[in-house]
Design a protein around this ligand. Sequence first.
Ligand code: HEC
Ligand code: HEC
Ligand code: HEC
Ligand code: HEC
Length: 226
Amino acid sequence: MKRIYIILLLVLLMVSVIFLWGKSYKESLREAYVPVENIHEVNTIPSEEGVFLREEYALEYEQQPIDPKHERDLEQYYHNRAFYGGPPTIPHPVDEMNMGSKACLKCHQNGGYVDQYKSYAPVTPHPDKINCRQCHVPQKVNSLFVPSSWHKNQSTKIHNQALVGSPPIIPHPIQLRENCMACHAGPTAPKEIRTTHPQRVNCRQCHVINDKEQKDIGSFNRKVIN
Ligand code: HEC
Ligand code: HEC
Ligand code: HEC
Ligand code: HEC
């Protein structure tokens, strides 16, 4: 009889241990952070919608380690653009038979390391413009067909801050650049302009566009030197 009591007691103890452990385990899984639900139903100002396109990756970007071996800088960034703001040429082979939007977006929608090219794929700031090769073309030659006086226009200056520590102004136009995190966060963001705070999401809350400085470039003549 005594034995049965002891066995019963042990079974009871075991059940309570399992119950308590299970409860505390479930507690530990509960996140302290309560995600805002239906965030996409919050009405954003249409002209600022693009800023939020990659917001779901903001925390991932923040936690991503930097990969210094495969970083790029602003010089590399400007290199394959014929002019400031121009569409970059495609620096890798293009499979002519591989048509359709997904052909390019499978790498360029969210980026990531591509073993084949030993590099990270830059995220496209405009995933909605699916006919990529309307604007992006592969580079066929490295020199000009005919030498000319063509020179690239200047890029805008960075570090334009009113005070030390205040948010620098957005020095560039934002047409086709509404999607800030595509270029300013993650492994392909040029290192000078990679933001330290992708998690703040609403970039234009603090960074304002520079619409004061307009440079008159005069009339443009393309002189062909023969
Ligand atoms: C297998 C993945 C992959 C596919 C598919 C792919 N790309 Fe890329 N792309 C890359 C990688 C990686 C780079 C970076 C290459 C480098 O840094 O040399 C790149 C670079 C580029 C760039 C230069 C971006 C810049 O900022 O300089 C353009 C433009 C581009 N790709 C367009 C395209 C287009 C258009 C297609 C579809 C025809 C395409 N890519 C398909 C992986 C891919
Ligand atoms: C209407 C023309 C147009 C179309 C269509 C277009 N792009 Fe672009 N793309 C541009 C321009 C212009 C830029 C340069 C943006 C800038 O510097 O302001 C650019 C920049 C890029 C970049 C560079 C981003 C970076 O961080 O360096 C990538 C990658 C890219 N495009 C990929 C694509 C892909 C992939 C497609 C198709 C799904 C596509 N683009 C369709 C015009 C276009
Ligand atoms: C196509 C890529 C691209 C997109 C998209 C983009 N930027 Fe930029 N941004 C750049 C480049 C490149 C520079 C460096 C200066 C230049 O070339 O104009 C820059 C510079 C800046 C700077 C100045 C940084 C400093 O240290 O002074 C700020 C701030 C900035 N961008 C904010 C934004 C915001 C906010 C958005 C979204 C509304 C945005 N950018 C979208 C490419 C981009
Ligand atoms: C709450 C205000 C605030 C928001 C929101 C914000 N920034 Fe900033 N940002 C700043 C301040 C302040 C600095 C200057 C930091 C310094 O000089 O130490 C800065 C600096 C920068 C720089 C220069 C490089 C650096 O990190 O110091 C870039 C690029 C930038 N921000 C991009 C962005 C982008 C992209 C977003 C949206 C994802 C964003 N910022 C959201 C306040 C903000």
